[in-house]
Design a protein around this ligand. Sequence first.
Ligand code: 6LW
Length: 499
Amino acid sequence: MSPERGAFTNPVLPGFHPDPSVCRVGEDYYLVCSSFEYFPGVPLFHSRDLVRWTQLGNVLDRPDQLRLPLDTPSSAGVYAPTLRHHDGRFWLVTTNVSGGGNLLVTATDPAGPWSDPVLLPDLPGIDPDLAWDDDGTCWCTVAGVSQVRIDPRTGQVLDAPRRIWSGAPGVKAPEAPHLYRIGEYWYLVIAEGGTERGHGVSIARGRTPSGPFEPCPTNPVLTHRGTDHPIQNTGHGDLVQGPDGSWWLVLLGVRPGGGTPGWHVLGRETFLAPVTWVDDWPVVGPLELAASVPWPVAPEPTAAYRDDFDLPALGPAWISLRDRRERHCTTAERAGWLTLRARGASLDDRDVVFTGRRQQHPSCRVSALVDATTGTGGLAVRLDEEHHYEIEASADEVRVVARVGSLKTAVASRAVAGGPVVLGVDVREEENLRDARTGPDTVSFGIGEPDGTFTTLATLDGRYLSTEVAGGFTGRVIGLYAGAGTVHFDWFAHERIDD
Ligand code: 6LW
């Protein structure tokens, strides 16, 4: 089988899909990511080839499993999960930093339902990992890197946390531990250097799950720090065996665009890198945009989609800020329409009603048919409360608004006659990416005319909706919102624009 048969383009999960954790059950692979202030939490994907991933659902999809109070800051909420299969069940452990701390849920079917959470109140630290010893002991390892034994059924911590490794001396933020037995050793994979440009993956090994751990002499086993590689911030990896028994690492990385220093706008994405073994140590990489696996991969699915809001529930890719209650977000009010009822006054407010989908492609076009005769709302490109651009309709006007840090301004407006209006956003990756003056992309907003043509009202520089400007752990989400009253949406359509 020629490697070309499995050619693919990294990332394997584009858009805001950080902190991947993967597990294999027979021929099936399951992968989860962090979800922060969005509900439902912890998106879960399935694959047979490690390359094409289909979303099965979200692990924390009931309000009683995941509480994200309306004052939850952006980039708080649900941090890095670990997904494992043990004893006929799926186990997922994660941290809600905005309430409840570490929690564990289980399921026999990864598509759900997942159990109510078991809390681990005595487990200090984020990025929990689970690993079972042959005698049934469950080892839980957290950022730092510390370890305890737990009873995963009750959440009880059975001993005092013990520091088992700190990564390279002087390198910040040893975190994201994953522990596995592979052959003769227990391997402890961590991320260190922080999740920005200094990020890397390091590894240590020991004869027992609790160590002592010996660092790999070639640590970090993967980093792109200090290089101009198009994939940056590489870290937070989880090991998995491919269908042919070879080893792979799923990890997060970013794709900065534009001139120096480069701005990434899609968040931290999930990449796939090959792993080989030398002297019982893993050698990771190369990690490239153009990559291949030595087995056939499923065809790339189309990135085009249109949601007509004909179903009672939103599909799993739709995420809402902090919670999603029927009284604020429903398809039951007007058949075939999504109705949003305002709570906060604008996207500057944490309690705004916003529901959207991750921007996954550097260039794309999104449009929606909006009826704002009884409210104010529209289509937004959002990073957080202080970084968003939107096109907003009210009964008699459409305007484009930009919020960047403490600055907020309406950049364009147009009178409309009332009734439903097509609003659109067109994101274009900058073509001349090496020109130091350019941002990574442009974000244009416009309005559909009755004759089917489209009029652009404003074009904005995309760098201000990047993580380098805004900070935080998420990425752009493009979605629908209501700022006042009740706003109805007939459809939402997305199309990828290829380079
Ligand atoms: C994640 C941790 C991290 O839990 O970011 O910078 C957190 N490091 O590993 C959120 O992704």
